[in-house]
Design a protein around this ligand. Structure first.
Ligand code: FAD
Length: 352
């Protein structure tokens, strides 16, 4: 898959060095930075995703844009067709009364993600004899602290999400209290803005400090160790503090009310879980729907449970494997979709 271990880079506010000196386990992620010769940014929720999603363009591919897959027509254990509607850029239907595009195929691949794949199957009335469809949907709840560092960080640049620590996963007994992961997030403007407290001029003033900002899920201690001048807890009432003791006091003092406390999640998993038998899941181990012979589901909805780590690389890995198997079954030929390639070196730095 072109996934290589990268030399850590210093767009993470010195977090790599600071995690080390504060005594936390830490490691650089293995990131896929191998891009294909023609790349389509099919989706870009964050720098990481945009960075790593690529499609090799083939003449036989028809890409329907501003189109929503609405409903499968299903009978006799097969998907017979897929109805699609045209949508506006804001996702509103162009004309609900108008004719739908019908797609008729030998085999269908559903890859709408953990919310939309089960949703499409539910509104299509897909068979679900064991009531598994749309169940076991998992999220990783996330709390964030934002730090303004003394020096420029440019946390939107370089290989994103290259620093993490499993200290609080690896040091706990496996059957003990639930652990948590510490991460440094890639910081594009929307993500940064969503985590800043306040509105108007107060928020604008913080926004001006974007080049010096670092966001961690969720550890003020490491940020101060890395030289943060000010740290803001992820809370609407959270004020910036300049020492760890004051940050802890602020976190203790603020009210943990919904909408004030900023808990986010971008890791939806499950909903069409893989299972070894039809009673316990929606898809077989080869990614094919247990009750629909010509439908494969190839996305994060396949996870039977939360994987406890950022899901994207695991989605790529499992989908690549399952898609190769599917292509082989459909064509009778060996197919290699993603290959190990030469990684691009993005601002490799001296931190090592
Ligand atoms: C802000 C943000 C930051 C993230 N950061 C990280 C990270 O750093 N590391 C990491 O590992 N993961 C990260 N993730 C999670 C990661 O992006 C997802 O886990 C991953 O993209 C899920 O892949 P998927 O193929 O299951 O679904 P998706 O990537 O969601 O793909 C589903 C696609 O189907 C399309 N679709 C849905 N319904 C329909 C329909 N009815 N008709 C037509 N098209 C439809 C959607 O538009 C989308 O393009 C982040 C996510 C977000 C939102």
């Amino acid at each position: 898959m072109g996934i290589e271990r990268l030399v850590p880079i210093d767009t993470q506010g010195g977090a790599y060095v600071a995690a080390h000196s504060a005594g936390y386990f830490h490691a650089p992620y293995r990131l896929s930075v191998h891009l294909y010769d023609a790349v389509f940014w099919v989706r870009c929720p964050c720098a990481t995703t945009r960075f790593t999603v690529g499609l090799r363009w083939r003449r036989w591919v028809t890409l329907l844009v501003e189109t929503r897959a609405e409903k499968f027509e299903i009978s006799n254990g097969f998907v017979q067709s897929l109805s699609c509607i045209a949508i506006e850029p804001n996702a509103a239907p162009v004309n609900t009364a108008g004719p739908a595009t019908q797609i008729i195929a030998k085999h269908y691949v559903l890859a709408g993600g953990s919310i939309n794949s089960p949703a499409l199957l539910l509104r299509s009335g897909a068979p679900d004899p064991h009531k598994q469809l749309g169940t076991r949907t998992f999220l990783h709840p996330v709390a964030i602290t934002t730090a303004i560092m003394a020096k420029t960080v440019s946390a939107w640049d370089g290989a994103p999400q290259s620093i993490y620590s499993d200290h609080y996963l690896n040091t706990q007994p496996i059957d003990g209290p639930m652990g948590f992961k510490l991460e440094v997030a890639p910081l594009h403007p929307v993500f940064f803005g969503a985590n800043l407290p306040g509105f108007g001029e107060k928020q604008a003033e913080l926004f001006r400090q974007h080049p010096n900002a670092n966001v961690m899920l969720a550890m003020a201690e490491i940020q101060f160790e890395a030289g943060a001048k000010t740290v803001y807890p992820g809370h609407e009432m959270g004020t910036g503090t300049t020492t760890l003791a004051d940050t802890k006091k602020t976190i203790e003092a603020v009210s943990m009310k919904p909408l004030l406390t900023k808990i986010g999640s971008a890791h939806a998993m499950g909903g069409c879980g893989l299972a070894g038998d039809a009673q316990r899941g929606v898809t077989r181990r080869d990614g094919v729907h247990w009750q629909l012979e010509n439908l494969s589901i190839l996305d994060g909805s396949l996870f039977p449970t939360s994987i406890g780590a950022n899901p994207q690389l695991s989605i790529y890995g499992s989908v690549n494997r399952l898609a190769q198997g599917l292509a082989k079954r459909l064509t009778g030929k060996e197919v290699t979709l993603a290959q190990k390639g030469q990684p691009q070196r993005h601002r490799a730095a001296e931190l090592g």
